[in-house]
Write a protein that binds this ligand. Sequence first.
Ligand code: PLP
Length: 419
Amino acid sequence: MTTSSYRYSTLAVHAGQHPDPLTGAVNVPVYLSSTFQLTGIGTDRGWDYSRAGNPTRDRLEEALAVLEGGHSAHAFTTGMAAISALVAMLRAGDHLICSKDVYAGTVRLLDQIVSGYGIAIEYVDTSNLAAVEAAIRPNTKLIHIETPSNPLMVLTDIAAVSRIAHAHGIEVSVDNTFLSPVLQSPLALGADIVMHSTTKYLNGHSDGLGGALIGSKPEHKERFLLVQKAAGGVLSPFECFLVLRGIKTLPLRIKQHEENGRAVADFLSTHPKVSKLAYPGLKSHPQYDLAVQQQKGFGSMMSFEVESQAAAGRFLAAIKIFLSAESLGGVESLGYHYPCVSHRGAARIHGHYAGAHPALHWHRGQGRPHRRPRPGAGGGLSRLQCPTDRAAFFFGRRIRNGSGISSAVTATIIQITST
Ligand code: PLP
């Protein structure tokens, strides 16, 4: 039986994770070796130097390629390093189209670093197919989409954008961080490359950073191997091990995320102090039909609005157990005011979000990086991550009783916004 015939949850335990041939260890060993003994002049056992290849990293990359249905996978030090490796394939004079609503760090990288290499960056509302088509230029080489988007949960039709792109000879990459390979398969929908911040759901325990690119064609393997070897931002063997360990429980954790996400969304959707709620699993989400069509579930990320930053502050202050910290996809309860954390230190990117959502445009100026936000800035946009038991604690009896939330440890992430 090959792993391709396994059910997904079995695949998560076994893909790339065969027993160690030397010792029979059931867990992939952490090969903490920078270099490997050669067998002769120009010959080796498959590895020579860990920047070019490491046995633990190989196993993680094999697992990721299988889970995303790709040809090959490549692990990098962070999600941002993976996006850097992705855009390293572009050349001066090329044009890159990127989703307008996208993780703030991606905007920082593209605007403050990549554009300096002579690559033209254009942000487009990729949920609007006509806008995507209209933005294409003769020198467009890549369309990078994030769906669902961080922070506003905007969806992009992966299959439709891929059809448009391919008709023009353009590749499509998808940041699949918010859903994980369990809930969305961009390559099966027609995309060319998948990108992950493994820091989030894939690791799942908030104990390591990481990123990955999964390519669909042999040329992607060649290209991303070159970036790993030449630029060097490879994931350490120990962090590869942590992601491999996280992947084993990924389908189970995602199942619980999903259940919690639904319960929290149902609760918030009727709360009088919540003026807007964006959760793709609700029929009120303008792209609910697309979510049903291209996703295998709705995940546990959602955005909602309360009246003001002060209201968000009260909300966050009232939470017990939650830590004030950013990120998502792990097992802890985390909460924070989104614009003042994710956008802090990125003052120059705030103009990017103008018009998308007033709460995201809390700082209009060319302020110094790492400047602290003004009081009241950012409205009530905040983000929380809550494991089930704590979500129940936070949201009260109504959720606990109404949804059967258990004490299993897994997270729901919500974002609070206000205009
Ligand atoms: N992509 C998305 C959607 C994210 O939310 C993040 C981080 O929050 C990243 C990429 C960057 O990942 P990392 O923090 O691992 O560099």
